[in-house]
Design a binder for this molecule. Structure first.
Ligand SMILES: [Zn+2]
Length: 197
């Protein structure tokens, strides 16, 4: 276990500010489109275009989120125990601040999904109480089903963007759909030159 920790330490300085590596060369709002992904440095502000359908999102909902990229090798720490994965992730993960928007219609659909997931978890709570009170195996199975449905729902309602790679301060982000990535306004605001990034 000690060897795992000595592996982490050279990677980062735990006393540095989380934003310490976002300084030099950062261009505010800079992003670049690479195929079906976005590349950006933190912080990045996307145009007010719905990231799902490409509609004007000025009347929609704006999001200001911080997402994290965690190097995949961190899961090797599972061999030492789940707690090491959690602690290790918090030490080495890289934050990206991102501002983006959904149009009214897409945000409405998101609210319905959130409500549905909340209902599933409420139903699970009720089901667990009855399953225990009646010592019912059938209700126990239903609990398991609701639990799995609730987890899937949470994943579907989770962050819109996922950092798929990180290199020298540049994050690669999945999550924006084609209508956004091909939108003229989005293309106009993107950074073209390699050196401008
Ligand atoms: Zn939309």
């Amino acid at each position: 276990m000690d060897s795992d920790e000595t592996y982490i330490v050279p990677e980062i300085n735990p006393f540095a500010s989380p934003m310490a590596d976002s300084g030099v060369g950062t261009q505010e709002s800079g992003y670049r489109i690479q195929g079906n992904k976005l590349e950006a440095r933190t912080p990045v502000q996307l145009p007010k275009v719905c990231i799902h359908c490409g509609e004007d999102a000025n009347q929609g909902r704006s999001f200001a989120r911080t997402i994290y990229w965690t190097p995949p090798w961190i899961f090797l720490l599972l061999l030492a125990g789940p707690i090491f994965v959690i602690i290790g992730s918090m030490l080495v993960r890289k934050p990206l601040k991102i501002d983006y928007a959904l149009c009214q219609a897409c945000n409405g659909r998101r609210k319905i999904r959130l409500a549905a997931v909340s209902l599933i978890w409420l139903a699970l709570l009720g089901c667990m109480i009855w399953a225990l009170a009646w010592e019912s195996g059938v209700l126990g199975l239903l609990c398991l089903f609701l639990f799995l449905a609730g987890i899937v729902g949470l994943i579907l309602c989770g962050e819109h963007f996922k950092a798929t790679s990180h290199s020298s301060g540049v994050f690669q982000l999945a999550g924006a759909k084609a209508p956004f990535l091909e939108h003229p306004l989005v293309l106009r605001h993107s950074v073209d030159g390699e050196d401008a990034f």
